[in-house]
Design a protein around this ligand. Structure first.
Ligand code: GLY
Length: 369
């Protein structure tokens, strides 16, 4: 979604755009994700700079969704019921209270709920829910609808998408990116944007100093099937050990493990058991629901879990990767800021803290200058 979003914006601005995808576009983390636009409840201590970026992208989402729907003629499933976070026990409630206090101090709009309040909002919650927090600004979008919408919008704007077309190397001459090599072909370009998600580090041709420090962070997930006419859940729901995301078509996404296992695509009994158990403890009715799908995905995690955005030491090579748990949320701000950078050379202050140079030791940076 990051690459398609930037490509769409650039094509809409009149550029000749070619997007290269080694497989099928949008079938990596974009497909695996749950689509939560959670700038609020996912914020952890030490992440306030990232929170500012997340928040600005969250504010862009309603307009991004409308523009994308009209540019593509396809729905994207943006839903605005907000997010509910629940504590199952008194210990969970004490931890939730501490997180709530921290997030409120950071200016995040949240509402503390008793267990009874939480059950009034979601009547299928377990009877013993100890407490809850309502986050009125954390919504969701259906990422598996956004992907085809971005592809259609890119194409309608004149951009070209090349699938099963792996970039073998980024071609660099005299310190400047001049295009990409795809098989026998050299496709020349005024600028190259690297947006290869968890695979960004492994693209050929990159000097070591600009190889983004991105690794795959495995997530296992599953989907249950609710009756869309009488859904068991309407809000995005966070329990202490899983999140649940209800879709309009009745799918109930349950996620996710967070594992350092490289590109291991296997589904494990332990992870599926943990997710089903966590879902059942909060929403006992899930016991009766059919399983629709189980899958794994690979978040592009950087060393500090924040994205890597903007220029690097190779002229005209722009990085847009490392979005970790926030790729869907950060698509609008990334598409706007990176397309502006390519078009005008201006760097949006919103992305300044997220340059690759934060990982380059000062001595090495001086030597490269
Ligand atoms: N943002 C949810 C996840 O990464 O699992």
């Amino acid at each position: 979604m990051i690459g398609l979003g930037i490509g769409w914006r650039l094509a809409a601005a009149g550029c000749r755009v070619d997007v290269f995808e080694r497989d099928i576009a949008g079938r990596g983390a974009s497909w695996a994700a749950a689509g939560m636009l959670a700038a609020g409840v996912e914020t952890e201590p030490g992440e306030m700079a990232l929170h500012a970026l997340n928040r600005s992208s969250q504010q862009l989402w309603p307009d991004f969704a409308r523009t994308l729907e009209s540019a593509s003629g396809l729905p994207v499933g943006y839903r605005a019921e907000g997010t509910l976070r629940v504590a199952l026990t008194r210990d969970d409630a004490a931890r939730l209270r501490a997180t709530y206090e921290f997030q409120r101090r950071g200016g995040i709009a949240l509402e503390w709920l008793t267990g009874a309040d939480a059950r009034r909002r979601e009547p299928h919650l377990a009877a013993g829910i100890a407490a809850g927090v309502f986050s009125p600004e954390d919504h969701q979008v259906d990422n598996r609808l956004v992907v085809p919408a971005l592809i259609a919008a890119l194409r309608r704007a004149g951009g070209r998408l090349h699938e099963h077309a792996e970039v073998d190397r980024i071609e660099i001459a005299n310190g400047r990116a001049i295009g990409v090599r795809v098989g026998e072909d050299l496709v020349s370009a005024d600028a190259v944007v690297l947006a290869a998600g968890a695979w960004s580090r492994d693209i050929g041709g990159l000097p070591p100093v600009v190889r983004p420090p991105v690794r795959p962070v495995k997530g296992q997930m599953l989907a249950l099937r609710m009756d869309p006419g009488t859904p068991m859940l309407r809000h995005v729901l966070w329990t202490p050990r899983a999140y649940l995301v209800p879709r309009a078509n009745g799918r109930l996404i349950v996620g996710a493990s967070v594992e350092e296992r490289g590109f291991d695509p296997s589904l494990t009994a332990g992870a599926m058991f943990a997710l089903l158990d966590a879902a059942w403890r909060a929403l006992p009715g899930t016991e009766e629901l059919p399983i629709d799908e189980m899958w794994t995905g690979f978040r592009p995690g950087s060393r500090d879990d924040a994205p890597i955005l903007g220029p690097c030491m190779v002229d005209r090579l722009v990085l847009a990767t490392g979005h970790h748990r926030n790729g869907i949320l950060l698509t609008p701000v990334t598409a706007d800021a990176i397309s502006r950078l390519v078009l005008t050379g201006e760097s949006d202050p919103a992305i300044e803290p997220f340059g690759l140079n934060r990982f380059v030791p000062p001595r090495q940076a001086r030597e490269m200058a």
